[in-house]
Design a protein around this ligand. Structure first.
Ligand code: GUN
Ligand code: FE
Length: 423
């Protein structure tokens, strides 16, 4: 059983506006869950194994709420286009390579080993349309000890022949086989229903995915209101919908009684935001991707203030890097430019809120995840910030902020996921 104690400088959100810091404190883990933070260790825990991390920082692991594993191979390339052209020029050709398992083995091996070394403990992942490669990715995520949802992507229209499911029947048959083969195979890795986005899926495929979702009781992920041309296209494709979110809702793929993540929501209007809130849909805010693809900046602070569920995401390879620390920084920076240049009604994100998004905000998709409050899963990252030398005294809170801004995965000294130490 995973019962142990971590000792060090603990930093964790208690709500979206507060980061608790506890110097040289003890975090008790029982059965893989947090069971108390103490300044002096109670005698009843004295027998448990203790990991003493000295003066290092210990923070909750981060959740990447939206990332494309097959796009990791071209991260940092092809940043000269907007979404639809970028998909056709860079993304689809790369994703088609995953029909070859040998390529998937190399590329997914690289993705998973980077993720394992990073501050990410949980992720919600897009794969490709290919079942064998998707199952290979799931096996690699499981072996790495990370917790994740992974989606075999569905797409049967508006994409090149070389990356298109042969028919709706084929897509549904493949998706069903993949669900049956993976739903109980892993402990930490689960399937999630994944229509790429409405332009890539015919109506009958969307309705079939809804039926599969109901039959196997699975969550859903997709993309929503990322880019102006995409939204215009939805008006043509779904003329009877009030907005893009309503179109998903009419297909029965927009949350409510089951968990659902929509990436981006950069241009969601008031009605769409209201439906997102009503259905409890999680927004995967992807600030770097939204800058790289010139999509815009989502009013994420407004989402939070209005009680919408939001987490943070890298959206690799719209985003160039798997680092959630960078995502925290980009979320703050983008929110400042949005405020300065576009809309003084939505204040910039505070560091507290951005940190919350990366930990508790997205973690909530996995249950009690992303804090060290009692009952939360013990996901922890130990940061050695000694190389970030400084002449002045710094508080733990200041050290945390700086370590995140200077994001360097080489400073990650240890990592625990659901009570298991990965390194
Ligand atoms: N919309 C549909 N597919 C994609 C994708 O791969 N990346 C991003 N950022 N948006 C999408
Ligand atoms: Fe995406």
């Amino acid at each position: 059983m995973s019962n142990f104690i971590l000792q060090g400088n603990l930093c964790y959100s208690t709500d979206m506006d507060r980061i608790e810091t506890r110097e040289h404190a003890y975090l008790v883990c029982l059965d893989g869950r947090c069971a108390g933070v103490f300044d002096t260790l109670p005698a009843r825990f004295a027998q448990l194994p203790l990991h003493d991390f000295g003066d290092r920082l210990i923070l909750p692991g981060m959740t990447d709420l939206h990332v494309h594993a097959p796009q990791f191979a071209f991260r940092g390339l092809g940043m000269d286009m907007e979404l639809l052209e970028w998909l056709n020029t860079y993304t689809f050709p790369e994703e088609s390579k995953y029909r070859e398992l040998a390529y998937a083995e190399r590329a997914y091996g690289s993705f998973v080993s980077h993720l394992r070394r990073s501050e990410t403990t949980r992720a919600v992942v897009f794969a490709t349309i290919h079942v064998p490669a998707t199952e290979l990715l799931m096996q690699k995520m499981e072996d790495a000890g990370l917790c994740s949802y992974v989606g075999k992507v569905n797409m049967n229209r508006n994409c090149p022949d070389y990356l298109r499911e042969a028919s709706t029947l084929h897509a549904v048959r493949d998706t069903r086989r993949w669900i049956e083969e993976t739903k109980d195979r892993f402990k930490r890795t689960k399937p999630i229903i994944t229509p790429r986005f409405i332009p890539s899926c015919t109506d009958d495929l969307m309705f079939a995915l809804r039926t599969l979702r109901e039959e196997f009781d699975l969550p859903v992920q997709s993309h929503l209101s990322e880019n102006f041309s995409e939204i215009d296209w939805i008006r043509e494709l779904c003329p009877r919908s009030k907005h893009y979110g309503d179109a998903y809702d009419q297909f029965g793929l927009f949350g409510g009684s089951y968990p659902c993540i929509m990436a981006h929501c950069v241009h969601s209007n008031e009605d769409e935001q209201a439906l997102i809130k009503e259905r409890g849909v999680y927004i995967a805010h992807s600030p770097e991707s939204n800058m790289n693809l010139a999509s815009g900046v989502a009013p994420v602070n407004q989402f939070l203030s209005n009680g919408l569920r939001v987490g943070l995401a890298t959206d690799v390879a719209g985003g160039s890097h798997e680092s959630m620390f960078r995502a925290v920084m980009h979320a703050i920076q983008a929110s400042k430019l949005r405020w300065r240049l576009l809309d003084q009604n939505v204040k910039p994100l505070s560091f507290e809120r951005a940190f919350y998004l990366a930990t508790m905000g997205g973690g909530a998709f996995f249950g009690k995840v992303g804090s060290f409050l009692d009952g939360y899963a013990l996901d922890a990252v130990v940061l050695d910030d000694e190389t970030l030398d400084h002449p002045q005294q710094l508080s733990v809170r200041a050290r945390l902020e700086r370590a995140i801004y200077l994001a360097d995965e080489r400073n990650i000294a240890a990592k625990f996921v659901a009570g298991m130490r990965l390194f």
